[in-house]
Write a new protein. Structure first.
Length: 364
């Protein structure tokens, strides 16, 4: 089957890393895989993780370009020339680029994965109708996202839930870090976007935890988009004003997530809104104790699997108390983390996810 994955950018974010893993897995299953990137936001290191058989097309449109029309023609041309059978969109606005293609290549199936909560809230009814016309199938990455799609007016018969998956083999390395309650290391993996990803909530919690655990260290992994630069400066200002320089480190983007997870004691997902929570699953695959906001996506993972801890969304005091609880019973929690690994292999592997996707692609 000839499958094309359509994205606006290919930087080191959760969605992009996921699409790279899907492309590699589909290629390993002998599907013909095409990856089409619209804008010039491209991470070469991430590109280099792709299997050699994957066909990569980089349109390299400038970010912020007002050219809305040439991508429609270029994408439609590529689909026709390469006889693409399925286009899978993983950017919310990507289906709009397929309007012309839908007319020229009506037999090409269009699938759109929605990765976040409330994405339909700020678009008009006409745009929703356009998406509905272009897309043959919608995928929600959690029950909460599925509910969100249906409530926007999309026929529930066109909507299916498929949990995100990870390449579990990457996370099977032995845990090397020795736990020291006097030097706890907390990790957070997310783009620097505090209004959504909640890095400020974790910083406030670290300030509180430092009173009892002066050597606590919080490591933040994630890139900073230009439009988030001011927010990042505010985070760094908070660190300085509260004398947390020795307790907080911003590491930027990193290539080896399993290696990072091997260096931390607790993974925190402090997001204010999250459709799923890929970092949560990655940490669970490594047997790292996890704490997440009590919001739709992470709650679904924690409640369904009976593993991990939840704190009240946006409440740094609730988070600090939950971290203290995990520290106090850390040895008992670690003994049970084999359940984390087992659940991830059963429900969140990239192989299982891709088997679900192939069924969707081939359904009439």
């Amino acid at each position: 089957m000839k499958i094309m994955y359509l994205l606006f950018s290919f930087t080191v974010g959760g969605t992009e890393r996921l699409v790279a893993d899907i492309c590699n897995q589909m290629d390993a299953q002998n599907e013909e895989v095409h990856l089409y990137i619209i804008n010039d936001l491209i991470d070469d290191n991430l590109l280099n993780t792709l299997n050699k058989n994957i066909h990569v097309k980089l349109l390299k449109r400038k970010v912020g370009s007002k050219d809305k029309f040439s991508p429609l023609f270029e994408v439609a041309k590529y689909i026709k020339e390469n006889r693409i059978e399925v286009v899978h969109c993983n950017s919310f606005n990507a289906p709009e680029l397929l309007v012309l293609s839908k007319i020229i290549n009506p037999k090409c199936k269009v699938v759109s994965t929605i990765h976040g909560i409330d994405q339909f809230k700020n678009i008009g009814k006409n745009k929703i109708l356009l998406k509905d016309w272009v897309c043959d199938q919608f995928i929600g990455i959690s029950d909460a996202v599925v509910e969100d799609i249906v409530s926007a007016g999309i026929d529930k018969k066109k909507v299916v839930r498929v949990y995100n998956g990870i390449e579990t083999k990457k996370y099977e390395c032995a845990r090397l870090k020795k736990y020291d309650k006097n030097a706890i290391v907390i990790g957070c993996i997310a783009r620097i976007m505090p209004e959504l990803k909640g890095q400020d909530i974790l910083l406030e919690a670290i300030k509180l935890i430092k009173i009892q655990h002066p050597n606590v260290l919080a490591l933040f992994v994630g890139g900073v988009a230009e439009k988030q630069r001011r927010d990042f400066e505010q985070l760094k200002k908070y660190v300085k004003e509260n004398s947390l320089e020795e307790n907080v480190k911003f590491l930027g983007n990193i290539d080896n997530i399993p290696e990072f997870l091997n260096e931390i004691d607790i993974c925190v997902v402090p997001s204010r809104s999250e459709g799923f929570g890929l970092a949560l699953v990655e940490a669970m695959a490594m047997g790292v104790p996890c704490i997440a906001s009590n919001i739709a996506g992470p709650r679904e993972i924690v409640m369904n699997e009976g593993i991990g801890e939840l704190f009240e969304n946006g409440d740094s005091k609730s988070l600090s108390k939950k971290i203290e609880e995990v520290i106090s019973k850390y040895d008992d929690i670690k003994k049970a983390t084999w359940k984390y690994k087992l659940k991830v292999r059963q429900n969140y592997s990239i192989e299982y996810m891709c088997s679900r996707l192939l069924r969707i692609y081939t359904e009439k």
